[in-house]
Design a protein. Structure first.
Length: 251
């Protein structure tokens, strides 16, 4: 896909979902360079199962950017207007949703957590090639670094996409957040059971679901939900637990 077609497909898709800004030439160029890197590395490493440029634009870039308006309108973001925010992407994989959000939010500090070495090395290359500032890549497990003082309860916002069921996401992400911080999670269309299963973990980690909003992707019409979870008290030092216990046995 050439750059002109890429730009039209991306911006037209964002316009269809009511995205609040039109990407300028600089940001479109960054997304184009990102997809070139992703497609190139994907030939050697299985970074994503989506093989078409159109699929990557819609399912990876546009879907990731659905999080952006929810961040902008959150209380914690608006209360500290003009100040650098700390945002963590847990289980970033090939950089999703973290890299698309970082391109849109260049002044904020992003940490991308990815335990698979080949993927974290790719993320380092993306950050270097795109010249992204205030970007940290951590090649380690979230349940481990969630107990490290330099990361625990230091972030305003945690994001994640297609990583795990909701109860697991909550236990992994909430310990990173400051009090009143939020987790913004992209989930699929069928979430009723996950919502029910998350009740006990929400109580245990002093958090609550603030909002659930459905979305429809612009081209495939695939549907999903954005779930916002707010933390209202410091997290018990028990959490996050070992991987064998995460997501279960909260009572």
């Amino acid at each position: 896909m050439n750059k002109s077609i890429f730009s039209e497909y991306l911006n037209n898709g964002l316009e269809r979902i009511g995205f609040p800004i039109h990407l300028n030439c600089e940001k479109t160029e960054l997304f184009f360079n990102y997809i070139e890197l992703l497609e190139s590395y994907n030939q050697k490493f299985n970074l994503t199962g989506i093989r078409t440029s159109e699929g990557i634009i819609e399912k990876h870039f546009i879907e990731s950017l659905l999080i952006y308006p929810n961040i902008l309108t959150s209380d914690i973001y608006m209360q500290e207007h003009g100040k650098m925010k700390r945002i963590i992407d847990v289980g970033s994989g090939a950089g999703l949703p973290g890299i698309p959000l970082k391109i849109i939010m260049p002044l904020d500090s992003f940490t991308l957590v990815e335990s698979t070495k080949k993927k974290s090395c790719f993320l380092e290359q993306v950050g270097h090639s795109l010249g992204l500032k205030h970007l940290e890549i951590i090649s380690d497990r979230a349940e481990k670094i969630g107990h490290a003082k330099e990361y625990r309860e230091t972030y305003h916002i945690a994001v994640s996409r297609a990583l795990a069921k909701l109860s697991t996401l909550i236990e992994l992400c909430i310990p990173f957040l400051k009090t009143n911080g939020i987790g913004v999670f992209l989930k699929g269309n069928n979430i009723s059971q996950e919502m029910e299963d998350a009740n006990s973990v929400l109580q245990a980690l002093s958090a609550k679901i603030e909002n659930i909003s459905p979305y429809t992707l612009p081209y495939s019409k695939q549907q999903g939900h954005i779930i916002i979870v707010k933390k209202y008290q410091p997290t018990s030092l028990v959490f996050p637990r070992k991987v064998s216990k995460i997501g279960k046995h909260y009572q």
